[in-house]
Design a protein around this ligand. Structure first.
Ligand code: PRT
Ligand code: ZN
Length: 282
């Protein structure tokens, strides 16, 4: 099976990290365009992200990792298999910050500079707005400043690029993140390999989202603490050497942890340890 990932850019490091965390060994010598795993039947192609959806549609690669924004823009026939949770960003409309904005009507008859003409055209049409689109491939955010456009439609992450260019985000068109995409009609052996890979990716993702929690508590507080812990199943309770005390072990979603930490302490939990989980199979 062949996976296409970005050669160098915002998706590259996390894509390789995910492959490695799935236990797939790869030698990616610098400058290489192709590499094979030594312990999983996977070949890796290192490409420009723009080329990846087309390579998959044309059966040159079977699966790949790109931004959802790119999948929507390229309109190639590929399946979006799984959201990967990294390279999060959004595609937004932005205007000069001193301009008044009262809604999408602002864009009627305006010039909009963008690298995403397909997505923005669809968005404007579905909202009944007619505007002139100027497709440019980079440095979109300087377009209004040099008089090339009245507004832009571009990727925003922290928002600092907009700020430095005197622009203000007014509409979010698409929330994006890295996604695993695949050929629409994979042959059965490749489908089986994809299933095996997905099993590993889920284990990695579950591990990332959850933490292993250990805490000590007096025995008479155990039931109350168990009722607070939104654990995987029933927590493990191990007696401590100190009479009347136990140690509780459980798995907790990191987001939930911050919500329940005060309740745990108030209920008498002590010596709370939260440790990362490398893989988690449900
Ligand atoms: O060379 P190649 O064609 O492979 O790479 P590329 O230059 O086309 O893509 P790259 O590496 O810049 O981005 C790859 C993917 O990362 C994008 O398709 C998005 O899905 C995702 N991503 C996440 C981003 C950003 N964050 C991001 N901040 N892509 C671009 N940006 C740019 C944006 O265009 C703008 O210029 O960063 C600037 C805004 O950032 P903030 O933080 O100032 O808001
Ligand atoms: Zn690109």
């Amino acid at each position: 099976m062949r996976i296409a990932i970005q050669k160098s850019g915002r998706l590259s490091d996390e894509s390789m990290k995910l492959i490695r965390e799935c236990g797939i060994k790869v030698n990616n010598g610098k400058g290489k365009l192709k590499s094979s795993s030594t312990n999983f039947p996977l070949e890796i192609l290192f490409l420009r992200d723009d080329d990846i959806p087309g390579y998959i549609e044309d059966n040159v690669a079977d699966i790949g990792i790109v931004g959802l924004n790119l999948v929507k823009e390229k309109k190639r026939k590929v399946d979006v298999i799984l959201k990967l949770g990294f390279s999060k960003c959004r595609l937004s409309l932005a205007i000069p910050k001193d301009k008044q904005y009262e809604g999408l009507r602002f864009f009627e008859g305006k010039n909009i500079a963008t690298s995403y003409p397909n997505i923005i055209a669809e968005y404007l049409t579905s909202n009944g707005i007619t505007a002139d689109l100027h497709e440019i491939s980079g440095s979109v955010e300087i377009a209004p400043g040099i008089g090339l456009a009245d507004a832009i439609c571009d990727i925003v992450s922290s928002g600092s690029t907009l700020l430095t260019n005197g622009l203000r985000e007014v509409e979010t068109i698409l929330e994006s993140e890295a996604v695993l995409i695949g050929h629409k009609d994979l042959e059965k052996p490749k489908k089986q390999l994809l299933d095996a890979l997905m099993f590993r990716i889920h284990a990695v993702q579950n591990g990332r989202n959850n933490k292993y929690i250990l805490l000590n508590a007096p025995n008479d507080k155990i039931n109350e603490i168990i009722s607070i812990l939104p654990g995987m199943k029933s927590p493990t309770v191990v007696p401590l050497a100190m009479e009347g005390w136990s140690s509780l072990h459980s798995v907790i979603n990191e987001d939930q942890f911050w919500e329940v930490i005060d309740n745990l302490k108030n209920a008498g939990a002590e010596g709370i340890l939260v440790v990362p989980i490398e893989k988690m199979i449900l």
